[in-house]
Design a protein around this ligand. Structure first.
Ligand code: PHE
Length: 505
């Protein structure tokens, strides 16, 4: 293609950005309550099964796609076979829609880092979050006006992210990760140590670590485990295809994938230990049952954590700053990885400057994210998140497997590609997982999920809300993907086809 492809400075730089993408809001905010909702310790077994049979194998598949075909997701899929280009666009569009609300949650975290100073949320943290801060409206379709307290930090985050994205990836994104990731890791370790050494922590840890084996028979627990593993590893939204396309020719893939995948799981677990230790402390301090102090996702970080910080035996502000600061840092390094697939795809196809592509992608995404800063925002966010992360993610992953393993039959070649460049040999287990185990599990989960959510209302939101926002985003991203794939390539298509012939596809 006409433009020289960007490249990470070193292999360590790549591992860093891959880890930075994986370690995100999913680890600190989503994992602990997902574990709790799904039987505590019993969740660990499905989680590790999902991690080893689906998460890491698909992560390696995305690495190999991006590295072998040296392109953004649409270009890589096109080089695999012209008829799959739409899939790359679809995944990039889903990443784009996710980042529109992902940034908003980072905005909340930034606000709360500020509120930590002097514990400004007061005693009733629930009323503060939903009332004072979010100004939640009374019904689904009531937008309730803009919340300036939310919009302002969100715009700050956008300005910062835009500034990072404008630079070449190895300068902007890589440098961001080099600074924030080490800081984040230190902060998480401090939080965990403090969390597990609090009085009453062992009660919280018991809830996390006591297995409930009956949960293993519950298909929902498995669905949750797969969803968590994919989201947390950043699999299924074209991120890793894009990142791997910026790697030098003979860089190790399998070892890097194992490092990124396992360290992400490690940090997830670490964060959960810290959070549950602190929950045990809160239960003790308030004389409540642990069951009563744990609440669902949004609440855990923005309602329960402020309570914990209120009850802290000293240095309350510092602990608050650490917790919400780490949430902000973790979010930022993932948000850029959700924007890059779109930026890279547009540049490849329309042959335009990076700054132009960034203006377009960040500009439109920032406008859409304003929707989530209204009084109805948290409900829209919840529905969008749920539909993209269940159907979009799972259908996308299934399509990816179909494309590579079944339709173009390139799995064997992908395996040799990985093994040619890597330290760690990838054996037949990989092909079995990608070709059979994962798609079967995905199909079962999709049927499960569809029956549950299509028939029932999600979270008691009006059916029309689910249809328009939930399914609306699903089909809009799909449609946009198909349209984009039909547009004319402004870069050298001859080279695209030559490449395919050379690869014998
Ligand atoms: N892995 C990120 C997290 O845990 C989210 C993410 C998903 C980022 C997909 C990029 C792609 O929060």
């Amino acid at each position: 293609l006409a433009q020289v492809r960007d490249q990470w400075t070193t292999r360590a730089g790549f591992i860093l950005v891959a880890m930075g993408s994986a370690i995100g809001l999913g680890n600190i905010w989503r994992y602990p309550y997902t574990v709790y909702d799904n039987g505590g310790g019993a969740f660990l077994i499905p989680y590790f099964v999902a991690l080893l049979t689906a998460g890491i194998p698909l992560l390696l598949l995305e690495y190999s796609l991006g590295h072998r075909y040296k392109g953004s997701a649409p270009l890589s899929y096109r080089r695999l076979s012209q008829k799959w280009e739409w899939l790359g666009w679809w995944q990039a569009f889903m990443a784009f829609f996710i980042v529109t609300y992902y940034i908003v949650i980072i905005g909340w975290a930034l606000s709360y880092a500020y509120f930590s100073v002097g514990t400004q949320w007061g005693d009733d943290t629930n009323a503060f979050f939903f009332g004072n801060y979010l100004g939640v409206s009374d019904s689904f379709w009531n937008f309730g006006g803009l919340q300036w307290k939310v919009l302002f930090p969100v715009l700050l985050i956008w300005a910062f992210v835009y500034f990072v994205m404008r630079k070449q990836a190895h300068k902007g994104i890589e440098r961001l990760n080099r600074i924030l990731l080490p800081a984040l890791i230190v902060m998480l370790v401090i939080i965990t140590i403090r969390g597990v050494t609090l009085e009453g922590a062992s009660d919280g840890l018991n809830v996390l670590l006591t297995p409930d084996f009956s949960a293993l028979l519950n298909p929902d627990v498995w669905v949750a485990a797969y969803g968590q593993v994919f989201f947390s590893l950043s699999v299924g939204f074209a991120t890793m295809i894009t990142y791997a396309s910026y790697l030098a020719k003979d860089t190790d893939l399998s070892n890097s994938g194992l490092i990124a995948g396992l360290s992400n799981a490690g940090f997830e677990f670490l964060a959960a230990l810290g959070v549950f230790g602190a929950l045990g402390y809160l239960a003790l301090a308030t004389g409540n049952d642990i069951q009563e102090v744990v609440s669902s996702g949004v609440g855990l970080a923005f309602v329960v954590f402020p309570q914990i910080i209120n009850a802290f035996p000293g240095l309350n502000d510092v602990f608050g700053l650490l917790f919400f600061g780490s949430l902000t840092f973790a979010g930022l390094t993932s948000a850029v990885s959700l924007l890059e697939p779109g930026v890279s795809a547009i540049r490849d196809k329309f042959n335009i400057e990076r700054t132009k592509a960034v203006n377009l992608v960040c500009g439109i995404a920032a406008v859409i994210s304003i929707l989530y800063t209204t009084g109805g925002g948290i409900r829209f966010l919840d529905v969008a998140d749920n539909f993209l992360n269940s159907y979009g993610l799972l259908f996308g992953a299934l399509a990816m497997i179909t494309a590579v393993a079944w339709n173009t039959k390139q799995l064997e070649n992908m395996q040799s590609h990985i093994n040619n460049v890597s330290d760690v040999y990838i054996g037949a287990w990989w092909k079995i997982c990608v070709k059979y185990v994962t798609p079967i599990m995905l199909l079962v989960m999709l049927v499960q999920n569809l029956m549950q959510k299509f028939m029932l209302e999600y979270e008691g939101y009006p059916m029309l809300g689910n249809l328009t926002i939930g399914w609306g985003i699903f089909f809009t991203t799909l449609l946009l993907g198909i349209i984009a794939s039909r547009m004319q390539w402004k870069s050298n298509t001859e080279q695209l086809d030559m490449y395919r012939q050379k690869e014998g596809a």
